[in-house]
Design a protein around this ligand. Sequence first.
Ligand SMILES: [Zn+2]
Length: 305
Amino acid sequence: MFIDAHAHMISRTTDDYEAMATAGVVALIEPAFWIGQPRTHVGTYIDYLSAIVGWERFRAGQFGIRHYCTIGLNSKEANNEELAEGVMEILPRFALKDGVVAIGEIGYDEQTDLEDKYFRAQIELAKELDMPVMIHTPHRDKKRGTTRSMDVILEHGLAPRRVVIDHNNEETVREVLDRGFWAAFSIYPSTKMGNERMVEIMRQYGAERIIVDSACDWGISDPLGVPKTAKLALQRGIPEAEVRLACYQNALAAYGQSGQMQESDWLSPPPIDQRTLYEGNSILRGGREARVEEPKRSMEELLIE
Ligand SMILES: [Zn+2]
């Protein structure tokens, strides 16, 4: 069984859901993020957040995958102050919905003053609501941005065990682990972190507090990043217990702190019934026959060896 702790499924197709379910992904977390072009007003943000807590959760369930999400104002759009102010007002009402496991993904993009302002405001929100936090670390000037993110979190008094630092690489992992945070890695084809590099990191650092995710989104990315990395790691001699930690157990331990995510969600799942509607809408088209299945998932049949 795998958990993909970072997957922007709103950008993905039903084929992706089918492939993930077949590969053993039982649960995933969809972080709130930007959509590839700037949003122009808070209304589009409200609809986006409604979609990831509602329709997308339903859609994943139609393929037997449990869907969770994180709620937050992303760093890029923090630079639009008018939008950011509006979003900050509506965040609390979304953060408390079913299946929301953290405030995120928040942090720095270009490390501007506005990004800093809304990053801090959302850390305070996480404290107030007693929620875990998912940190997006910047692609540019990553090392400094990662250090700064952790400094700010500690300055606000959040416990590192409540915070996942995502998009790590070889340059940042040591400090993140040494300071007691969860260290997540997004496996991207040819850009940030390929899975051979990931396996080497596991060889060097073990799997304690390491989380592997795909971060699949609207860009070139691979929704099978977690199961593929797990398989490669096993092939390259990483112990099964460590693969299990990095590709399943640690994500559950970190985000399970929200009280919104537990193993029984997928060990005793509701049946797949594609005849079900969400606000009158279905994933089916035309005369396609609905898939209807009683739950039959068990630990044994999902082990991928
Ligand atoms: Zn993301």
